[in-house]
Design a protein around this ligand. Structure first.
Ligand code: SF4
Length: 386
């Protein structure tokens, strides 16, 4: 694989104050002592790359973006994150002006944390708002209210953060167009230049899954209404719907996530962190103890297949660029793919030009069905290395 292209570095911080009833991310309630051991294990892996070395088919490319996700990185604390950033700066080649994002929960975001991570180089903060309506936040098991989020935003700006992202959720139990309007108005007045908006999914193994028959979830029609309301409000406020779940003001797109959607390479460190490097996917198991015990990542096979490239590209506003596809795979898309796009997908769901295929906002809503049609027109892939 020819790549001196910068890669993303993802660090998973699998600790939370308590488990939210809808959450399927890997995290557990964090104890200080375990967090210290976890920090030491991450630093050790960064310094030696011992466990990921079997997957490195050459020198590690320079790092262009760094993302601390979780779990709750803010609970991990400013000193530990600063220590990791110092280790990254001394150990790896990092491009100029890297984008460095830290996810934070308003209830564990104070001035000392913000100042520590900003001084260490973090330049983008992603706050988990979910809803600005306190009854909805409570239903989601969130400990802080909209007031704490406002205070966290204020402190972040004071600490020097100019790039802020807020997470928003639609399809929350008892959510209505009126309550979503309040959350959207909160987002717009916060000054955040980036909004990630997800439809609540009821995942197996969560508390919500057990209670799924008693949750007052909005009906499918209402969910669609909420989605279009979200798109319209953010569009009117100058946000671009640049990915199926992400909206940004000009130049505020998440560079780190764009790399994922462009099928770019990345290294993930920490329990449950996934990597895609030198055409290969691998991941650390969802198990903190396993990471502390020094276990090696699990090989997840070839990545960057044609199917993946199409699937990830169609998540973005720019969609699938046919020249990019041809440059990457040294062949054109098959005619059957275009026939499926023309004959099987409702015209209101796609933009098809000579150069590219992308989904409209209506198409984003039907993404799974559209992808199933398009991908079924592709010849079966055996194995593909880039
Ligand atoms: S704070 Fe975030 S990662 Fe932690 S349990 Fe809640 S939703 Fe999951």
């Amino acid at each position: 694989m020819k790549t001196a292209e910068p890669i993303g570095l993802y660090i998973h911080i699998p600790f939370c104050r308590s488990k939210c009833p809808y959450c399927d991310f890997y995290s557990s309630v964090g104890k200080e002592e375990v967090m210290d051991h976890y920090l030491a294990a991450l630093v050790n892996e960064m310094q030696t790359l011992r466990r990921v070395s079997p997957f490195l088919k050459g020198p590690l490319p320079p790092i262009g973006t760094i993302y601390f996700g979780g779990g709750t990185p803010s609970l991990f604390g400013g000193k530990r994150i600063a220590c990791l950033l110092d280790t990254i700066a001394s150990r790896f080649s990092v491009t100029e002006n890297p984008e460095i994002t830290v996810e934070a929960n308003p209830s564990s975001t104070d001035a000392a944390f913000l100042s520590a991570i900003h001084s260490a180089g973090a330049n983008r903060l992603s706050l988990g708002l979910q809803s600005a309506v306190d009854t909805e936040r409570k239903a989601l098991g969130r400990q802080s209210g909209a007031k704490e989020t406002s205070q966290a935003i204020e402190k972040a700006i004071q600490a020097g953060f100019s790039r802020l992202s807020l997470d928003l959720m639609i399809g929350i139990p008892k959510q209505t167009p009126e309550s979503l309007a309040k959350s959207l108005s909160f987002c717009l007045s916060s000054g955040a230049g980036h909004i990630s908006a997800y439809l609540l999914q009821i995942e197996e193994g969560t508390v919500f899954y057990k209670r799924r028959n008693t949750l007052s979830l909005p009906e499918e029609d209402t969910q669609c209404q909420l989605y279009f309301q979200l798109c319209e409000t953010l569009r009117d406020a100058g946000f671009c719907h640049y990915e199926i779940s992400n909206f940004a003001k000009p130049n505020e797109e998440s560079r780190h996530n764009l790399n994922y959607w462009r099928c770019g390479s990345y290294l993930g460190l920490g329990a449950a962190a996934h990597s895609f490097l030198f055409g290969r996917r691998f991941y650390f198991p969802r198990d903190i103890q396993s990471f502390l015990d020094g276990h090696v990542p699990v090989d997840d096979g070839d990545g960057g297949t044609k199917e993946e490239f199409i699937l990830l590209s169609l998540r973005t506003k720019n969609g699938l660029d046919f020249a990019d596809y041809q440059a990457r795979f040294h062949e054109k898309l098959p005619q059957a793919f275009f026939m499926a796009a023309k004959n099987k997908i409702p015209p209101a769901c796609i933009h098809l030009t000579e150069q590219s295929l992308s989904l409209t906002e209506k198409g984003f809503l039907l993404e799974n069905e559209i992808l199933a049609e398009l991908l079924s027109a592709m010849p079966e892939e055996k194995s593909f290395h880039i």
